[in-house]
Every structure is written in structure tokens, then in C-alpha cells.
Design a protein. Structure first.
Length: 133
């Protein structure tokens, strides 16, 4: 139970960084009446992906079967990859290097996504090594 709780809390924290971080600290450009920057849409989608990571964390705490927990780790890896791709390939951020979304939001999403991918992979490998030993 302790390991499930720890793993779930790590996912929850990463999801909170992705969703609340983009909404507060790593904010994107606001939508204006005549123009909506593409970083605005990156922020919206990354909030949804962060909520998905939070849900994975909650389900990880509740998961009792190993196969289900492995599936949740794979889902976390895919959500982490999506979090990396949003500001880089899929939607993007403002092109100006001086813009807050380019200087803060993009690196925050990439780092959070990478940590989610690494932790999801680590969770699967650690569980396998623990059961074999």
C-alpha cells in the first residue's frame, strides 16, 4: 500500500505541476478579442493532460492488480509524451524568445513531461525487478 500511495502521489504532483503550473506560474498569453495566440491553446490542452495525469495517480493508489498498474504506467508515459509534444510539435508556443510562454511554459511542460515518462518507465521496471528478485 505504501508503494502504491507513493507512486500515485508522484503522478498527482506531476499532474498538478502541469495543470496548475500552466494556469498560474508558467502562464501563457491571454486570449485577446481579435487574436488568440497558439500558446493559449497549448495551455488549455496541457491543463487537460495534467488532469489526466492526476487521474492516473489516483487510480494508481487504488490499483490492486499488477496488470492494471502497468497499464496505468503506460498511460502516464503516453500522457508525458503528449505533454512534451504539445509545446514543441503539435500546437507550439509564441515564436518570440522574449515571450513568457516561450521562456517558461515550454521548458516547464517539457521537463514535466520528461519526468512523467521517466517515472512511468521506472515504475514498470522497478516493479518487474522487485517481483523477480
Amino acid at each position: 500500500m505504501k508503494t502504491r500511495l507513493l507512486k500515485g502521489l508522484v503522478y498527482i504532483v506531476l499532474g498538478l505541476i502541469a495543470s496548475l503550473g500552466v494556469a498560474t506560474v508558467f502562464h501563457v498569453c491571454p486570449a485577446m478579442k481579435d487574436m488568440v495566440m497558439k500558446c493559449h491553446w497549448t495551455g488549455r490542452v496541457s491543463i487537460a493532460v495534467g488532469i489526466g495525469i492526476i487521474i492516473v495517480g489516483i487510480l494508481t493508489i487504488l490499483a490492486k492488480e499488477r496488470a492494471f498498474a502497468d497499464g496505468l504506467a503506460v498511460a502516464a508515459i503516453l500522457l508525458g509524451i503528449l505533454l512534451i509534444l504539445l509545446p514543441t510539435v503539435l500546437i507550439g508556443v509564441c515564436p518570440g524568445a522574449h515571450m513568457h510562454c516561450h521562456a517558461a511554459t515550454r521548458p516547464a511542460l517539457i521537463i514535466t513531461g520528461a519526468l512523467t515518462v521517466i517515472y512511468g518507465g521506472f515504475s514498470i521496471v522497478w516493479k518487474r525487478n522487485k517481483t523477480e528478485a
